[in-house]
Write a protein that binds this ligand. Structure first.
Ligand code: PMP
Length: 354
């Protein structure tokens, strides 16, 4: 830390991203990326856009917004495009929270929420999940706080129903409820259509998971025109060119290739069920994940030990030291071949423990 750092950031603990090691080729099951390449159309469009990279990107992302609004059946003023959904989540903390209007979210959830709260000087309360890692909906009813919920939740993968989401949104009419749908395409129900009914609901999604574009950094938010106008005000006050032209074009390409996305999601869900079944038969307990990852623990081996042993065998998964979840690992669902390699390695590790 330099002696120049602003007082307000001195206590900040930044988010720790999953490892992206380059020294060795790992089977990467640690950051919930897609095992499939981006759509060919996305790559083609991005390459074409690169030829005009001397120009700034469209600050209104008009074509992309139009395509998203068509696909999600909302009007264009209900959509904002961002540099990865992390950006719109940060914007939401900036726009809808302050010292007097704090945030609430589960104690086990996406680690960036508490970082964004601290970054923006927003007081926050973490609501404990129940002992099965479920969100208790009643804990979020009539709270008078800005609410952040990942649905499905991370790293558990457990999803709330649309009725449960609606109960939370309806009971907090004077506060924004942000539903982070980064993983919704793998089997949960999207709350997008509820944004037409409730002006306090913001839904965020990403191109990083189901659309195989994590490295391109593209996300979006859907909400009432007034909420989106607030977020755009923040965006124009930070970086109007937040989405670069290559990414914007790639986004359009993949949206014109929805069948590819749907097919990939189907394959991930099949691979998830395969891997979950195998892990269960090896004695693992798993949450009911509706995401592109599994959350698993085994009585005979600690979470940290399994993580290290898999790493030695060239497989990366995600492990947290946080006591409530330290017995677990979060394992990204990859290709069938990757899942088979994972199962073989796990069998080997368990055999060694005998
Ligand atoms: N929300 C959740 C729950 C996530 O796990 C992630 C990915 N780490 C994000 C949002 C952000 O994704 P991105 O910025 O790549 O869109």
């Amino acid at each position: 830390m330099s002696r120049f750092l602003s007082e307000k950031y001195k206590g900040l603990t930044p988010y720790t991203p999953g490892e992206q090691p380059k020294e060795r080729k790992y089977i990467k099951l640690n950051t919930n990326e897609s095992p499939f390449p981006p759509s060919k159309k996305a790559v083609e469009y991005a390459a074409r856009a690169a030829e005009s990279a001397e120009l700034y990107s469209d600050p209104e992302a008009k074509r992309l917004v139009a395509k998203l609004s068509e696909l999600y059946d909302v009007s264009p003023e209900c959509v904002i495009c961002v540099n990865g959904s992390d950006e719109v989540l940060n914007f939401a903390f900036m726009a809808f929270c302050d010292r007097d209007n704090g945030a609430i979210f589960p104690n086990i959830t996406y680690g960036f929420y508490s970082v964004f709260a601290s970054l923006n000087g927003v007081p926050y309360t973490e609501i404990p999940l129940d002992d099965q890692f479920n969100i208790n909906v009643e804990d979020y009813v009539g709270k008078n706080k800005t609410i952040f919920i990942a649905n499905p939740n991370a790293p558990t993968g457990i999803a709330l129903s649309l009725d449960e989401i609606e109960r939370i949104v309806k009971s907090n009419p004077d506060n924004v409820v942000v539903i982070d749908e980064a993983y919704v395409d793998f089997g949960a129900e999207s709350a997008v259509w509820l944004t037409k009914k409730y002006d306090n609901l913001l839904v965020t999604q990403t191109f990083s998971k189901s659309r195989s574009m994590a490295g391109a950094r593209l996300g979006f938010g859907i909400g009432s025109p007034a909420l989106i106008a607030d977020l755009n005000m923040i965006r124009y006050s930070t970086n109007p060119y937040n989405v670069n032209s290559m990414t914007m074009a790639a986004g359009l390409g993949v949206l014109e290739d929805e069948e590819y996305t749907r097919e990939n999601c189907k394959r991930i869900m099949e691979n998830r069920e395969y891997a979950a079944g195998e892990l269960k038969s090896l004695g693992f307990s798993l949450t009911d994940s509706k995401a592109n990852f599994l959350f698993a623990k085994h009585e005979k081996i600690g979470g940290g030990e399994l993580y290290s042993k898999l790493r030695e065998r060239g497989i990366l998964v995600r492990h947290w030291q946080k006591p409530i979840i330290s017995d677990y690992n979060r394992i990204t669902v990859g290709s069938l071949g990757q899942m088979q390699a994972l199962i073989a390695a796990v069998k080997d590790i368990l055999e060694e423990k005998k």
